[in-house]
Design a protein around this ligand. Structure first.
Ligand SMILES: Nc1ncnc2c1ncn2[C@@H]1O[C@H](COP(=O)(O)OP(=O)(O)O)[C@@H](O)[C@H]1O
Ligand SMILES: [Mg+2]
Length: 265
């Protein structure tokens, strides 16, 4: 544990972001340990999604630092951050609806590898080989997540749950060091929730580090090794779920509300 804590895969320091006078993130400071599943929890509007977007470079922080695997990436654009080994999924799936499921994965992987246009002109043979390898890898991932039979279907025709799986596949094909998941199980049926939980555990067992926003505390308790609580844009506490249940401040800010509301939404 000492090594995980002293050598985190991801760190944020005093991240801040306001939107037209509304403070969304107000000093988020936390470390995400390596090779574990960490949950990011907190009330609606706590700033969880904004924190993930600040880390992944989709939006720029007003101030504060982010480092990935010891590299200061503060202010970097999203494509450079993904090349540094961080991928994220979105709360609302962002598949390219008109493309097939397989094409969605290919586009995502090419984006990540930073398509080298010179190669296309100078070494068409090498590019073709790379494309074949990529397609093989994409099909292997679709098979792993039960989407293989849908490879030639347009992404827009998928069910909500299948779109969540495609969203995860599109991130996983880049083989990130750390994967940020924004509510990967929201609106998904119980059987698929169970499966997605197993997929996430498999990724961790394969050496990936995970940070996931999740409202269902039963799932957090079951699959997450570590929990970060965000409230009003600040880190309120970190620890194991069982420890946080004993933390009065956390219960007052979030857990009490969730328990009373029958586990959120
Ligand atoms: N693009 C935006 N423009 C304006 N306000 C935003 C934007 N994104 C988030 N917010 C506001 O920031 C706060 C935190 O939102 P969010 O990060 O989505 O919270 P959470 O994911 O924890 O529910 C909310 O008050 C929300 O309305
Ligand atoms: Mg959110």
């Amino acid at each position: 544990m000492a090594n995980e804590l002293t050598n985190p895969i991801l760190s944020t320091r005093d991240l801040k972001k306001s939107f037209l006078g509304v403070t969304a993130v107000n000093g988020a400071t936390f470390d995400v340990p390596r090779n574990l599943i960490t949950a990011l929890i907190g009330p609606n509007g706590a700033g969880k999604t904004t924190v993930v977007s600040l880390i992944s470079g989709q939006i720029k922080a007003d101030s504060g630092q982010v480092s990935i695997d010891g590299v200061d990436v503060s202010g970097w654009p999203a494509h450079r951050i993904s090349q540094q080994g961080l991928m994220r999924t979105f709360q609302l799936s962002r598949e390219l609806g008109g493309m097939t499921v397989l094409e969605n994965l290919m586009v995502s992987a090419r984006r990540q590898s930073g398509e080298n246009l010179l190669n296309v002109f100078l070494r068409p043979g090498a590019v073709k080989k790379e494309e074949q390898a990529l397609a093989e890898r994409a099909l292997e991932i679709l098979n792993r997540y039960g989407l293989y039979h849908l490879r030639d279907s347009r992404a827009q025709a998928l069910s909500g749950g299948q779109k969540k799986l495609l969203e995860i596949s599109r991130a996983v094909i880049a083989d990130p060091k750390i994967l940020l998941l924004d509510e990967p199980m929201a609106g998904v049926n119980p059987a698929l929730i169970e499966k997605i939980g197993e997929y996430i555990i498999d990724l961790r067992n394969g050496g990936m580090s995970i940070l996931m926003i999740e409202h269902n505390l039963g799932i957090v308790e079951k699959i997450c090794d570590n929990v970060i609580v965000l409230a009003e844009g600040r880190t309120l506490a970190t620890g194991k779920m069982s420890e946080l249940r004993e933390n009065e401040e956390v219960v007052r800010a979030y857990l009490g509300e969730v328990i009373n509301a029958d586990n959120g939404r």
